[in-house]
Write a protein that binds this ligand. Structure first.
Ligand SMILES: [Zn+2]
Length: 247
């Protein structure tokens, strides 16, 4: 076992942070960004997210069919998107489909809007159907650690209209648990707080996921040797993922 000290400010960092109007982004080091698709050099994502997105699109046979529409945004860009949506499409549309500046997942580099390739692609609400490469991507996404973030049946929980085009990277074990239990990210933290969760992944590796509160300035945790990931939840704690060593 090894003991780690985790600081409170680190709860604002990592692939599992919850970002919504009641959980705004807090100061954190900027993500390391790269373009997932060299045909669209201005659309950037956090490096690991970009690599997995490309791999998933390839596996889905969607390279020709799928285009990235919007990835990482600075706070300033989110503000100008909000302002122009408000001016051109009105308050109802803006509140339904555009996140408040400071509260957008796009500012993390972990979220991507995807569209079906076409002459004209709507920047805010791109078409991303269930058929062809888009549908194949949707069905494979969780295996690469992505969740469809804003589902119709979760509108009351997320406060955001259904967005069939917006995918968020959370990591493979978490996407699998959320998909299997029908949970959105807002609900996932509460689910983990009920106790550690174990799962066998599709590659046969066992994984344990647990939540750790950080009520003070820091918290100590004992972890087994081996592969482990620590992410803040942006909600007062950490989500720890421990992969059992291969036999
Ligand atoms: Zn989006």
């Amino acid at each position: 076992m090894r003991t780690l000290t985790l600081r409170r400010d680190q709860t604002a960092q990592g692939p599992l942070i919850l970002v919504n109007p009641s959980h705004p982004l807090r100061p954190a080091p900027p993500p390391e960004l790269t373009a997932p698709d060299s045909r669209f050099p201005d659309i950037l994502l956090e490096r690991r997210t970009a690599g997995l997105l490309t791999a998933c699109i390839r596996a889905a046979g969607g390279t020709e069919d799928i285009v990235p529409v919007s990835g990482w945004r600075s706070r300033g860009e989110q503000q100008s998107i909000w302002d122009s949506a408000w001016a051109n499409r009105g308050e109802d549309f803006t509140c339904r489909y555009v996140a408040l500046p400071g509260c957008s997942e796009h500012q993390t580099g972990l979220a991507i809007d995807l569209g079906k390739r076409a002459e004209r692609v709507d920047f805010l609400c791109p078409d991303f159907p269930d058929q062809g490469g888009c549908g194949a991507f949707r069905r494979l996404a969780a295996r690469y650690g992505f969740i469809l973030r804003y589902r119709k049946e979760k509108e009351a929980v997320t406060g955001i209209g259904a967005e069939p085009w917006h995918f968020r990277y959370v990591g493979v074990p978490h996407a699998a648990l959320m998909e299997e239990r029908g949970l959105c990210l807002e609900e996932y933290g509460g689910f983990l707080r009920t106790g550690p969760k174990r799962r066998v992944l599709s590659n046969g590796r066992r994984v344990e996921v647990f939540w750790l509160a950080c009520p003070g300035e820091s918290v100590e945790v004992e972890l087994p040797e081996g592969c482990c990931q620590i992410s803040g939840d942006n909600d007062g704690g950490f989500i720890l993922t421990v992969w059992e060593a291969p036999a």
